[in-house]
Design a protein around this ligand. Structure first.
Ligand code: NI
Length: 160
């Protein structure tokens, strides 16, 4: 396993549409492992393929406080959303910043796990926000495109 370099806003790879995963190869499996290791190393909650320069529909997430509940979604497809939540959001590809984003508070997603078995996930609150944020990455969308407040500096916020 290895820590991968996280691409930052301005890098055009973040704006491209990722391709469907047809099969889990040993190479892709090691990308997934690296993405999780990278996520844990930086203390994030989610990471999508394009953020490590891989234009494949792969998402890793862990919203648990203990960082011991990894979720891997291959080819995630949003089946249903409902409700609304407004809250602050950040992204490892937009370092040092955050902004208010309104998103659905519930999402049902169909995907495949790392074994390429079909799975369905229902998520609310933070996990729903994370699923939607990461799925956006697969279509070249960043949270800054849909924020409904100013882009704030993390340091400035702490001083308030
Ligand atoms: Ni992000």
């Amino acid at each position: 396993m290895a820590i991968r370099n996280i691409r930052e806003i301005g890098d055009e790879v973040l704006r491209k549409k990722s391709k469907e995963v047809k099969e889990m190869t040993p190479q892709l499996r090691s990308v997934v492992d690296d993405m999780l290791e990278t996520l844990y190393q930086v203390g994030g909650v989610g990471l999508a393929g394009p953020q490590v320069g891989i234009l494949k529909r792969v998402v890793v997430m862990d919203v648990s406080e203990e960082q011991n509940d990894p979720v891997v979604l291959i080819n995630p497809e949003i089946l249903e959303t409902s409700g609304s939540q407004t809250g602050m959001e950040g992204c490892l590809s937009v370092p040092g910043k955050h902004a208010q984003v309104t998103r659905p508070s519930y999402v049902k997603v169909r995907a495949q796990n790392v074994e390429m078995e079909p799975i369905e996930l229902e998520a609310t609150d933070l996990l729903a926000r994370c699923v939607l944020h990461e799925c956006d990455h697969l279509d070249g969308i960043l949270y800054v495109d849909k924020k409904d407040g100013p882009l704030l500096d993390n340091e400035a916020e702490e001083e308030e």
